[in-house]
Design a protein around this ligand. Structure first.
Ligand SMILES: *Cc1c(COP(=O)(O)O)cnc(C)c1O
Length: 337
């Protein structure tokens, strides 16, 4: 499978490291745990959206766009990485932030990713929770066209067949990295939200006939909805890659038992996972995605889901910048003391 035929612009640092988590492995008594460091992609403190943006921004450039529009939650990592990519390519960037959590904490509304959006020069608009964000973006695109601009609209999370190519490519990168060091990967686990990461991995692993079992840990939707989203996008990604025969439905597995009260809302498991990884491995997870993904992985390990001899890779999708929007959840006192 050759993805080099697809237009791509280099924005990140690849390959990202694949590292053992020896302390966490010992603490939990196996399986053998590894971390694929996609929190280290480089662009504006990194994260999984960088890989998608390498393909999406290449399309924007090919279409001679001069402004990129995208959307996400207030502490969206996707919005922040998109703004940075646009800055690097000399494009304007217009982002719509949806108030999905209702938090009024000034750290949440102004710090973390929100601060970085501002530094990268984004134009930011806000929308209430539950707004039709795709439609809102299209309205903004019409408005900007009226001003003589050429907008390129990126759906939430960059989760399109073009964006998902980033994770088809990541699957191949990981498999060759493991082969180089003689490592047999049994399971790959990561946080899944807008589905592009998992869909790309499903398509990429299938394209190279990899036996790695992939599990997405949901952060928003219930299992059936999440798996349907991933499968639908994986099929469209496979088609875009011209993979004959598509992808098997059984390749898509999501566990959505760790969402808690809702998207972006803290859970005890997330708090435990973030603190545990910080203290055992010196690794920073995030409160919305990788923290809940790791909470799921830890719980499944405790329930005996894996064999002690399995090699389990956690794909760290980034997002630690959002920690600065969640100080109160980690016991930091708020402005009222
Ligand atoms: C966006 C994001 C995810 C989820 O990736 P999707 O492709 O949207 O499923 C996971 N982790 C972090 C840190 C993210 O920002």
């Amino acid at each position: 499978m050759d993805l080099s035929l697809f237009p791509r612009i280099q924005l990140g640092h690849f390959p990202t490291p694949l590292e053992p988590m020896a302390n966490l492995t010992a603490l939990l008594g196996g399986p053998r745990l590894w971390v694929k460091r996609d929190d280290c992609t480089g662009l504006s403190s990194g994260g999984n959206k960088t890989r998608k943006l390498e393909f999406l921004m290449a399309e924007a450039v090919a279409l001679r766009a001069d402004v990129v529009i995208t959307q996400g939650a207030t502490q969206s990592n996707h919005a922040r990485q998109t703004v940075a990519a646009a800055a690097k390519l000399g494009m304007k960037c217009h982002i719509l932030l949806e108030d999905r959590t209702g938090s009024k904490d000034p750290d949440y509304t102004d710090n973390g990713n929100v601060l970085l959006n501002r530094l990268h020069g984004a134009t930011v608009e806000h929308r209430p929770g539950g707004a039709n964000m795709q439609q809102e973006m299209e309205l903004v695109a019409e408005r900007l066209k009226g001003e003589g601009l050429r907008p390129y609209v990126i759906p939430g999370g960059g989760s399109t067949p073009v964006g998902a190519l980033g994770y088809a490519s990541a699957a191949m990168e990981l498999v060759s990295q493991a082969a180089t060091r003689g490592l047999r990967i049994d399971h790959l686990v990561h946080a899944t939200g807008s589905a592009g990461t998992q869909a790309g991995l499903v398509a990429g692993l299938h394209a190279i006939n990899s036996p790695i079992r992939l599990l997405g840990v949901g952060v928003r939707a219930p299992k059936e909805k999440q798996e349907t989203m991933v499968y639908d996008l994986a099929c469209r990604t496979a088609e875009h890659m011209r993979l004959r025969g598509g992808v098997p439905r059984e390749a898509v597995a999501a566990n959505c038992d760790y969402v808690g009260p809702g998207y972006g809302l803290p859970t005890p498991g997330m708090l435990e996972a973030v603190e545990l990884l910080a203290r055992t491995e010196g690794l920073l997870l995030d409160p919305v995605y990788s923290g809940k993904g790791m909470a799921g992985l830890i719980d499944l390990i405790r329930k005996g889901h894996f064999k002690a001899t399995d090699n389990v890779v956690f794909l760290h999708t980034g997002g630690s910048v959002a920690l600065f929007g969640y100080g109160q959840a980690f016991g930091l006192k708020g402005p009222q003391g």
